[in-house]
Design a binder for this molecule. Structure first.
Ligand SMILES: Cc1cn([C@H]2C[C@H](O)[C@@H](COP(=O)(O)OP(=O)(O)O[C@H]3O[C@@H](C)C(=O)[C@@H](O)[C@H]3O)O2)c(=O)[nH]c1=O
Length: 185
């Protein structure tokens, strides 16, 4: 029912639920607590989010929340395509500062499981891209932090040039990783 593959940073996982295809289209259990738990994914999600980005080349991120509102996320795309990115910001991790980038689309049905201790962001690869994700903690503005998506120290190869990316005002002014005052142990 569920294919789970580790990425280059093994705590970040690509989860692909089975699709039952017939002449009408397909059916898929995109989240089943039972199946996810059996597959070792035991995060307890409390919030579902939906964002629509109208243009290709929209970048949202890199974002994370600090304790006690730190969030694991389970991200999927229901329309369009994204390059989804998770950056390890756990200071004691051997992969601190490293990232994984995975293409998620409505077509490939992949989901990215991003644990606590990572910053998350994505770039849309198509217009009108809809991203849905579950989170294990509620939104808390005072605990919400960001890192510049184009921080050269991160070496992320975004599919859009920095100056051309469509960003929120907040994301234009995010600090670099080395300037962060909040992080994870
Ligand atoms: C994230 C979030 C935002 N909001 C509000 C705050 C603000 O007025 C408006 C837009 O928020 P933002 O600009 O932060 O939205 P956005 O840039 O889409 O932020 C999201 O980016 C991706 C990459 C993530 O990983 C998410 O956790 C979240 O940080 O929505 C909530 O009410 N609840 C939420 O959970």
């Amino acid at each position: 029912m569920l294919d789970v593959q580790p990425t280059a940073i093994p705590d970040v996982k690509i989860v692909t639920p089975k699709r039952f295809v017939d002449h009408r289209g397909f059916f898929s259990e995109v989240y089943s607590r039972r199946c996810f738990f059996e597959a070792g994914i035991t995060e307890e999600f409390v919030q579902d989010n939906l964002s629509l980005s109208t243009a290709a080349g929209t970048v949202r991120g890199l974002h994370f929340q600090s304790h006690p509102f730190a969030q694991a996320k389970l991200v999927r795309v229901t329309r369009g395509r994204i390059m989804d990115v998770a950056v390890d910001i756990r200071r004691s991790s051997p992969s601190y500062g490293q990232h994984v980038a995975v293409e998620l689309s409505s077509e490939n049905g992949r989901q990215l499981l991003i644990p606590v201790g990572f910053a998350h962001g994505f770039c849309t690869l198509e217009a009108d891209t809809e991203v849905q994700y579950k989170a294990t903690a509620y939104y808390s503005a005072p605990h919400n932090h960001g890192i510049a998506f184009d921080d050269p120290a991160l070496g992320i190869e975004w599919p859009v040039r920095s100056a051309q990316a469509i960003l929120s005002d907040k994301d234009r002014k995010q600090p670099r990783l080395e300037e962060l005052t909040v992080c994870f142990d």
